[in-house]
Design a protein around this ligand. Sequence first.
Ligand SMILES: [Zn+2]
Length: 86
Amino acid sequence: MELEFRLLIIKKAGVFAMSVSDINAEKKWRKLPKELRQRLIQNVFCTKCFETTIVDYSVLDDEHGILLTGKCKTCGKDVARVVEDA
Ligand SMILES: [Zn+2]
């Protein structure tokens, strides 16, 4: 179940891979404390490397919060994570 959810997120990320960061999402993202943002980008799931750091990422608005989409720092694969609204 959890893996299916993750795959769904990755699929979704693929759809938006070409778009630029969403302004609303960017605002929400920047409101988070810098330390928290740092922790979130260093704790992203990669299908190959498992826990990784996301690089070259965009921030998109998501119904559950914001969606970070970018690349795995280690292998370059597309990765994504949802940051849920507090
Ligand atoms: Zn990776």
